[in-house]
Design a protein around this ligand. Structure first.
Ligand SMILES: [Zn+2]
Length: 69
């Protein structure tokens, strides 16, 4: 579920810069654990391509991105 407040600002894709895991908030499930990501470790994008180019990116989330291709 997208979050309109900072640091998410309604963006679809987010990157946890601590773990390097990217999430799609439109397909978010409980196991994404978005709620435990520190706000100062969040990067956001409208386009997954921007996340993939982020130097902190490592993997896509198994729960919200991988299973949707
Ligand atoms: Zn996820």
């Amino acid at each position: 579920m997208r979050r309109q407040y900072a640091p998410f600002n309604g963006k679809r894709y987010i990157l946890d810069k601590k773990t390097g895991v990217a999430h799609d908030l439109d397909n978010e499930v409980y196991d994404c654990k978005i709620r435990i990501i520190a706000y100062d470790k969040v990067d956001t994008a409208d386009d997954i391509g921007e996340i993939l180019k982020n130097p902190d990116f490592k993997v896509v989330c198994d729960h919200c991105i991988a299973k949707f291709g």
